[in-house]
Design a protein around this ligand. Structure first.
Ligand code: HEC
Length: 146
């Protein structure tokens, strides 16, 4: 039995397991992340969009609900709680996500290897792009949060 047929075997019962398996498979397929374009050694400002593609898009895609992760569009955390979003990126999340009153499950691994400036850039990008926020999150705010 291939993993795909495994996942399809009992869609209802194994929805959560499938979600997790997908996330793990996606992670395995995508690590280590390519970092060449976003390393900050050249002092270029961190590129939030590129960092999103590199560290988040494999699960969150274009911000809509996906099999691997809850939607970012409509998320109160994304819209209103930058500190919680920073914590989610730094520490990961496990079976706590609720968006638009719907409970999501699954495991979001901690995102390793991002500098404070890079976390600030991806938080700013995600909040502006998917949460309609206008504020910019700074590296100093990230440093103060963890
Ligand atoms: C391996 C897949 C994966 C990756 C990579 C990932 N996430 Fe997640 N994310 C998840 C899952 C699964 C959840 C739900 C966790 C839970 O239920 O506690 C989640 C939850 C979230 C939430 C909470 C939404 C809410 O309001 O409850 C936010 C915000 C978020 N992720 C943003 C990001 C950002 C930004 C990145 C990149 C830095 C990222 N995620 C990378 C899988 C992922």
């Amino acid at each position: 039995m291939t993993w795909l047929s495994c996942l399809k075997a009992d869609a209802k019962q194994s929805a959560l397991a499938a979600q997790y398996a997908l996330a793990v498979l996606t992670l395995a397929a995508c690590s280590p992340p390519p970092r060449a374009s976003t390393v900050s050694s050249d002092n270029a400002p961190a590129d939030g969009a590129a960092l999103y593609e590199q560290s988040c898009a494999m699960c969150h895609f274009n911000g809509a609900d996906s099999q691997a992760a809850p939607p970012l569009i409509g998320s109160a955390m994304v819209r209103d709680h930058p500190r919680a979003l920073i914590a989610a990126i730094v520490d990961g999340m496990r079976n706590t996500s609720v968006v638009n009153g719907k409970k999501f499950g699954g495991i979001m691994p901690a995102t390793a290897g991002l500098s404070d400036a890079e976390i600030a850039a991806v938080v700013t990008f995600v909040r502006q792009r998917y949460g309609g926020a206008t504020e910019v999150t700074t590296a100093a705010e990230v440093a103060a949060t963890h």
